[in-house]
Design a protein around this ligand. Structure first.
Ligand SMILES: [Zn+2]
Ligand SMILES: [Zn+2]
Length: 829
């Protein structure tokens, strides 16, 4: 009997598929469990990172099924997007053709790994059956004002030929291609995610128990709530005023000048007719074209220009010169900053450079700051000085008092500011879901009618070499009828950000195939939220924040009754090669297909799970995969050797009566201890690696005991039970091997349908335990004592052991240390 993984694995994959083993339905009395891995982008081939991600998910799915849950475990394709379009242009084919052929290939790779998906629920986001519902959501959002159009400077990737959301700019670079992002003024569609800033932040508290701390804190920082105050500074000799947002209202008496963003709408009015006007205009023009990311960086050289205008500090009554400064951004706060050079480092540097006044208003306790001698701003705590009625207050308390005073005097109010910006979802690319909007000369911006959905993405187009969208030059698409007046209209030719598709796919799986609505309410209610979500930490903000927002927005549009999509999140580590991320350019890619051909899917799965705890990175190693392959061979040979001996029994079936000899008792004890450990390791933090190690020990014990136990009926029953247990515990990890040997042994039914084994206290309890006896740390003997014997009884047994007793004849016993269950150490001298 040869271990022919190829034919065994394909045989079982076919059997599961044909019998619908992993199909699930929401009409069930069992408790539900929804486990989901982040769906792949159909780039062409499955890589080792996918294999690890999906193997983790598959063990969880199979384990939960064995524990009696009704498990939903689906798979699909994040199928719109730029890479497909770029690859299609490069290969002279159509993005649709490219995408669907990649999907076919990757689907067969996933099937070859034996994952327990309900394939009936498969979806691809680039099909009208999927994106039509997204267009419907857009219409509901439009009605509610949750989506709107505005012109603003946008992040533009010159290489990708499209705008990017703030979340898609990583340290100034495009998240996809690493090009430096530029600014471009465009009119775009935005989702009002900022309306949900407070709820997105508050609900993170609910996720703390089930999400990695790191992801929760990254989202908190990204939302960036700051509590502070708005303060109104009247203009000198004018009716208007400048409003600032600050978290440091305690320093308002130290505000000696005002800094405006070059884009601030007041700038033109302030300089009108003044001699400073030309210099200010030139400065504004220059800074406007500068990169915003650069403008926010700490090492930016601070620059500014005086407008010639003044405002008045509402607390001190002093005149404050108004400057335009390069580091102030129009879209953060109000685009105006009250400059407090003594207590803010940027303002300090600016004031030093342009010789602007400084005023200390916070003194560190036991110290006296002198503006002339200061080398840097004092930004720590202290007591207020030069602050009128607030002098002597600790600055924290002063924040409250000054906020009270602002509200009482009408000079300002308490307010909250967020770092989070609205989500720009317009993309100037072809391969995406059309935005269902029409522009009409008579009616303006008109949303499509529900009955006209889906707005189909035309497939008959000629893509441009440079990546420009062909949609504006496709009259069949762009020219249309205005849904309101019936006159001539022009369709929106931007498409939606593909992150819109991935923000709700997890909910669609519950209702896959439904064609008269986005969701089946009963199925959605039954399955959601996702109980365990698994994916890479690179989505900590992007996809995970968007999905959380989307669920809340869909809830408010009446689609679902749910606040959060993912109850628990596991961010798995990477698979490295020689310490580096696998990449084609480094030439260190391990191809899963090749590994499966050589070792089989079970070995690849086993190695990915055994190499490290799931959240840690691990290094691919040839000796590691060989080791996993050998372990599988060891089980195979054991079953082969015992083929005439093993009985068709289930896990943990041998009884105390069968286990008559000490060896039989030990093996049965080991069997139950392994069940307890593996179950605990998997349930608790998914420690598959230690669970596998425990089963390896059980297999070692089987090898040691097999000859002895094969001789008696009771012994054979104990052996058979332990083999059945090892196979059952491994079945979520190496399902094909377990299924095959289950059949070979002659068991009825399939191991995939077996419940997770139950250990018993009785089997774990031992009649006797062995205690090691040492004298001054040296091993001198072993004694058997009744299990649970007290320290006194153990000590007596140890000292009377013949060899120990002989060593103690001519010496003085100083101390006896007893560790019950383990050892006795006698200290002599
Ligand atoms: Zn790019
Ligand atoms: Zn019209």
């Amino acid at each position: 009997m040869k271990y022919d993984h190829q034919s065994i694995e394909i045989k079982w994959q076919r059997t599961w598929e044909e019998s619908g083993t992993f199909h699930c339905d929401h009409h069930s009395d069992k408790p539900k469990y929804y486990v989901l891995e982040m769906f792949p982008y159909p780039s062409g081939n499955i890589h080792m990172g996918h294999v690890r991600n999906y193997s983790i998910g598959d063990v969880v799915a199979r384990f939960k099924r064995m524990q009696g849950f009704n498990v939903l475990h689906p798979m699909g394709w994040d199928a719109f997007g730029l890479p497909a379009e770029n690859a299609a242009i490069k290969h002279g084919t159509h993005p649709a053709k490219w995408t669907f052929s990649n999907i076919d290939n990757m689907r067969s790779q996933l099937r070859r790994l034996g994952y327990s998906y309900d394939w009936r629920r498969e979806l691809a986001t680039c099909t009208p059956e999927y994106y039509r519902w997204e267009q419907q959501f857009f219409l509901r959002f439009f009605e509610k004002g949750l989506v709107y159009r505005k012109q603003a400077p946008q992040n533009w990737c010159p290489k990708c030929h499209t705008v990017l959301a703030n979340e898609q700019v990583i340290e100034g670079l495009c998240w996809r291609c690493d090009s430096a992002v530029e600014q471009k003024n465009l009119t775009q569609w935005f989702l009002r995610i900022t309306d949900y800033a407070e709820e997105l932040l508050a609900d993170l508290d609910k996720l703390e128990a089930g999400w990695p701390e790191r992801v929760v804190s990254m989202q908190r920082n990204w939302i960036g709530k700051s509590i502070g105050a708005e303060i109104v500074f009247p203009l000198e000799n004018a009716d208007s005023s400048i409003t600032v947002f600050t978290t440091r209202q305690d320093t308002v008496f130290g505000a000696t000048f005002m800094s405006l963003a070059p884009e601030h709408p007041l700038v033109e009015q302030l300089i009108d007719g003044k001699p400073e006007a030309p210099a200010v205009r030139a400065f504004v023009e220059r800074i406007r074209n500068m990169d915003r990311i650069v403008r926010q960086s700490d090492d930016l050289e601070k620059e500014g220009v005086f407008t010639g205008a003044y405002c008045v500090n509402p607390f001190t009554g002093h005149r404050m010169p108004i400057w335009v400064a390069n580091f102030v951004l129009a879209e953060y706060g109000t685009g105006a900053v009250m400059a407090v050079p003594a207590h803010d480092q940027r303002d300090f540097e600016f004031a030093r450079k342009y010789d602007l006044p400084m005023q200390v208003v916070i003194q560190p306790e036991g110290d006296a700051l002198d503006t002339a001698a200061m080398q840097a701003a004092w930004t720590e705590a202290g007591l207020l000085v030069n602050s009128g009625e607030f002098d002597g207050l600790p600055n924290d308390a002063a924040k409250q008092k000054i906020a009270d005073s602002l509200e009482a005097s009408g000079k300002g109010r308490r307010t909250v500011n967020y770092r989070l910006r609205d989500w720009n979802i317009s993309r100037q690319r072809y391969w995406g879901a059309p935005i269902p909007v029409v522009y009409c000369d008579t009616c303006g911006v008109v949303a499509e009618k529900d009955e006209n959905l889906p707005v189909l993405l035309p497939l008959e187009v000629r893509t441009h070499e440079d990546g420009r969208s062909p949609l504006p030059d496709t009259p069949e698409f762009a020219d249309c009828i205005c849904p309101k007046c019936g006159g001539k209209g022009r369709r929106e030719t931007d498409t939606m950000d593909t992150f819109v598709e991935s923000s709700w796919y997890f909910a669609r799986y519950t209702s896959a195939g439904k064609n008269d609505g986005a969701f089946d309410p009963a199925a959605l209610k039954y399955w959601m939220p996702v109980d365990q979500y698994i994916g890479g930490v690179e989505h900590a903000i992007l996809h995970l924040l968007y999905s959380r927002f989307f669920v809340k927005a869909l809830r408010d549009c009446g689609y679902m009754d749910l606040d959060e999509p993912f109850a628990n999140l596991l961010t798995q580590g990477m698979v490295l090669k020689e310490g580096a991320k696998m990449s084609k350019s480094k030439g260190n890619v391990v191809d899963p297909t090749e590994m499966i051909a050589r070792y089989g899917a079970d070995t690849v799965r086993l190695f990915c799970l055994f190499a490290a705890p799931p959240e840690r990175d691990f290094d691919w190693s040839d000796s590691g995969i060989e080791g996993s392959y050998r372990f599988i061979g060891r089980i195979w040979r054991l079953a082969e050797e015992l083929s005439g001996v093993l009985m068709p029994v289930k896990a943990c079936s041998a009884t105390a009566a069968d286990a008559a000899t000490p060896q039989a008792k030990d093996l049965r004890n080991k069997e139950h201890a392994t069940v307890r450990k593996a179950g605990a390791d998997i349930s608790d933090r998914f420690q598959f690696n230690t669970a596998i190690a425990a089963v390896m020990e059980l297999v070692n014990a089987l090898y040691l005991a097999k000859d002895e136990l094969s001789g008696s009926e009771g012994g054979r029953r104990v052996l058979s039970s332990a083999v059945a247990t090892a196979l059952t515990l491994l079945s979520p990890i190496t399902p094909h091997l377990s299924e095959e040997l289950w059949e070979v042994i002659g068991n009825a039914g399939r191991i995939t349908d077996e419940p997770w084994p139950q250990w018993s206290e009785e089997a774990l309890a031992r009649d006797e335990e062995t205690i090691v006896v040492q004298i001054n740390g040296k091993l001198r003997g072993r004694v058997s004592v009744p299990a649970g014997a007290d320290a006194k009884a153990i000590e007596a047994a140890a000292l009377s052991e013949p060899n120990v007793a002989r060593h103690l004849e001519d010496v003085t016993v100083r101390k006896v240390v007893v560790i019950p269950g383990k050892l006795v150490n006698v200290v002599v001298g």
